[in-house]
Design a protein around this ligand. Structure first.
Ligand code: PLP
Length: 406
């Protein structure tokens, strides 16, 4: 018999050793305390840094008009929404935002959520369940994957962007309800899926497409209306087979997300999405800032043109990195530019080398990306100047030369 005073062995005792395992694999993550310091500059743990890691692609997050809209709304409506949207939390500001969002993306109706993660983990189980079939790109964002798992539908994972493999899976599926889920712009690679081809498959096989445009909304398409608009499949040419989802904490510069599409489908989601029904609605101050942001985004062709110029400048500058290292940019015409380094350790070393020069570019390692493809995820923003990008190019060339001579 164990004495009542002996400490009882517990699985909780293993946690420190398990943390040490993560550290040994160079996978321990550490948060930095960040404050804005003007433009693309941040004060990071007190040190000024030029940052290439923000998803604030248009540089709107610190726009004074957004701050002013949030302040005025706070004074008028207070801070909290006070309830879930189906009880008392659906403010006039949130309601107006949904109309503005639907108009902006040229789809019949939109539903506004407090976070993109909660949107995908909630709407997928609302659409499909046991006995239904899901088709998921291998590089989809974690919240699409988690939503798929929560749904209990049968998951068919197809190789990244392999639409022939997807078609074979769709053709072979006996399920009556089929849902295809895909990032539009892949968040760690920056490439854009072939939306017309994907939608054509969905039409042929009576499937619904959930398209996550977190990184294309505000950036791609006419007036930044997103990748679906760029593909010409909004407005009168909208398909009822697509649910367009995008986040509002990236190019829109605030927080939250929305899903837009056919009015009956959106009504279904409103009735059935647990992450929507059982969570407090986003506060009206955010919706007010977002309405202002949509105005600015629509008129931000100058910012988008500047951003396109920076993307071209970066790609040209990094095309001449010394070949033997194997560092290479993945094909991407979006602000997400992935420089593949290879091992976790090497990617961390490059990140540290840049940090020593006041440049902050995050190393992305497994499990976020496949093993052996640790990378720097360079995020460009209209807040960067051409001098900022030139500085990054120069620093990477210097680190490459240094690492070749070791
Ligand atoms: C950021 C992101 C999300 C999550 O959105 P949040 O609003 O940050 O929760 C969903 N999908 C993709 C592709 C993303 O990049």
């Amino acid at each position: 018999m164990t004495s009542p005073t002996a400490p009882q062995a517990s699985w909780l005792d293993d946690i420190p050793a398990r943390l040490a395992d993560i550290e040994r694999a160079h996978l321990l993550r550490r948060r930095r305390v960040v404050e804005p310091a003007g433009g693309a500059r941040l004060r990071v743990d007190g040190q000024p840094m030029l940052a290439f890691c923000s998803n604030d692609y248009l540089g709107l997050a610190s726009h004074p008009a957004l701050a002013q809209a949030a302040c005025e709304a706070t004074q008028r409506f207070g801070v909290g929404s006070g309830g879930s949207p189906l009880v008392s939390g659906h403010s006039a500001a949130n309601d107006a935002l949904e109309h503005d969002l639907a108009t902006y993306v040229q789809l019949p109706r939109a539903l506004y959520f407090y976070a993109g993660y909660a949107t995908n983990t909630g709407i997928i189980p609302a659409l499909v369940g046991d006995g239904d079939a899901l088709f998921s790109d291998a590089l989809n964002h974690a919240c699409l994957i988690d939503g798929a798992r929560l749904s209990r539908a049968t998951i068919h994972r197809y190789p990244h962007a392999d639409l022939a493999a997807l078609e074979a899976q769709l053709a072979a599926s006996p399920a009556r309800r089929k849902l295809v889920i895909s990032d539009a712009v892949f968040s760690m690679d920056g490439d854009l899926i072939d939306i017309p081809a994907l939608l054509a498959l969905c039409e042929r096989y009576d499937a619904l497409l959930l398209l996550d445009d977190a990184h294309g909304f505000g950036v791609l398409g006419p007036q930044g209306r997103g990748s679906l608009a760029q593909a010409g499949r909004t407005g009168p040419d909208a398909s009822r087979r697509v649910l367009y989802m995008a986040t509002l904490g990236k190019a829109a510069g605030v927080a939250g997300a929305f899903v837009a599409g056919d009015a009956a489908l959106i009504e279904w989601l409103l009735q059935k999405t647990r992450t929507y029904i059982f969570a407090t609605a986003a506060p009206p101050l955010l919706a007010s800032a977002l309405r202002q942001s949509l105005h600015l985004m629509k008129a931000a062709d100058d910012r988008r043109a500047h951003l396109d110029g920076l993307i071209a400048q970066l790609r040209q500058g990094l095309a001449t990195l010394p070949a033997p290292l194997g560092w290479h940019l993945l094909p991407s015409r979006t602000p997400v530019q992935a420089l593949i380094i290879g091992s976790n350790e090497a990617a961390l070393a490059v990140m540290e080398g840049l940090r020593a020069q006041g440049l902050w570019v995050p190393a992305i390692r497994p499990p976020t990306v496949p093993a052996g493809t640790a990378r720097l995820r360079i995020a460009l923003s209209a807040a960067h100047t051409t001098d900022d990008v030139a500085q990054l190019i120069e620093a990477l060339h210097a680190l490459a030369t240094q690492s070749l001579s070791h």
